[in-house]
Design a protein around this ligand. Structure first.
Ligand SMILES: [Mn+2]
Length: 343
């Protein structure tokens, strides 16, 4: 299928009404946005009496355990295959690229009608049946907030839905720091607070639950941080050995590229994370003058203009590092970044 049909919220409501069994999912290494969307929609579907399950291809990172009351966020295993194959609707959140739900997409896409609800530019040739796409939404959770607000007749959303959506918002805006922190983001926050969300408690769960191995790993990253292009590029690599030495796991690297980007003069930061002996994860963060989703696209990845990534197989770290610096340097040298931009 090449041409995708866009359906509005009314179309989604109809699909939900017709469906008997609904799967909710998000990308590999789920973040607060994907998980928040799943949990919010799960509670909504429970309320209207729909059979549904949240099934992901990665476990829940520990800082989001508070969203997983009753173990509602499940990890896909062999025993779920039949159940998933018999589902008639799949809602996929925060996934611009079907490859990011891995082989699960094949099982899900075989029989179910699928709807991608996302704020990333969707890569062409995706196999989802329908798309609901809003590139201006600060988070996919913002889109779901607008939807659930429409279908919920009460003046306030149930608190557990509000907490899940607030999690989506606060993580995708970098705690209201990134360029997607718009009036719409703050309007959403106000509405969720009115529905009972207590921001500092959510913040404590997500950001003040760091494990010691995560902090040790950050220490290593800072110690070995490298710069290129007169300090405009900050970059680091995390090898399997580094992970082992710190007793850390790939999920512990959350926010590290943001940290590197926050250094004075840095326009773009990137991380090379060794996921397996042949697979490397490349992540970018940009200050907002240099786009990085096109550079990620060079490796078959994608994302937002200023936050993107790719998964690369069978290429050495040295090779990727050199190529990426060259690609970024061309962009940086070709642009006219002012020395003193007020941000
Ligand atoms: Mn998102």
């Amino acid at each position: 299928m090449t041409e995708k049909s866009t359906i509005g919220w009314a179309g989604l409501t109809k699909l939900i009404q017709k469906a008997h069994r609904i799967v909710l999912t998000t990308h590999i290494h789920p973040d607060g946005d994907g998980l928040g969307c799943e949990v919010a929609v799960y509670h909504h579907l429970q309320t209207i009496g729909k059979e549904c399950r949240i099934i992901n291809i990665s476990p829940v990172p520990h800082q989001y355990d508070f969203l997983n009351e009753g173990g509602i966020i499940e990890y896909y295993t062999e025993k779920d295959r039949t159940w998933v194959a018999e589902a008639d609707l799949g809602l996929v959140f925060d996934v611009g690229d079907a490859a990011r739900i891995g082989s699960f997409s094949a099982d899900l896409l075989r029989n179910a009608v699928t709807v991608s609800i996302d704020h990333h530019p969707v890569r062409p040739g995706q196999d989802f049946t329908y798309l609901i796409n809003d590139l201006e939404a600060p988070a996919a959770g913002t889109m779901l907030w607008e939807y659930l607000r429409q279908v919920n007749n009460n003046p306030h959303l149930p608190k557990r839905i509000a907490d899940a959506l607030y999690t989506a918002l606060v993580t995708d805006t970098g705690s209201f720091r990134y360029s997607n922190t718009t009036e719409r983001a703050h309007t959403m926050a106000i509405d969720l607070i009115r529905s009972g969300t207590v921001p500092h408690l959510i913040h404590r769960h997500i950001y003040e639950n760091r494990r010691i191995q995560e902090v040790r790993l950050l220490g290593e990253v800072i110690r070995r941080l490298e710069f290129a292009c007169d300090g405009r590029i900050a970059h680091f690599r995390i090898t399997a050995e580094t992970l082992t030495n710190c007793a850390a796991v790939p999920g512990d690297v959350d926010g590290f590229t943001d940290y590197a980007r926050s250094i004075e003069g840095v326009e773009v930061s990137f991380m090379l994370l060794v996921v397996s002996p042949v697979v490397t994860r490349l992540n970018f963060r940009s200050m907002g003058n240099i786009t990085v989703n096109d550079v990620a696209g060079h490796y078959g990845g994608g994302g937002h203009k200023f936050a993107a990534g790719a998964t690369i197989a069978h290429k050495s770290l040295d090779e990727i590092e050199k190529e990426v610096i060259d690609l970024l340097a061309q962009k940086i040298n070709g642009s006219d970044i002012k020395e003193d931009t007020s941000r």
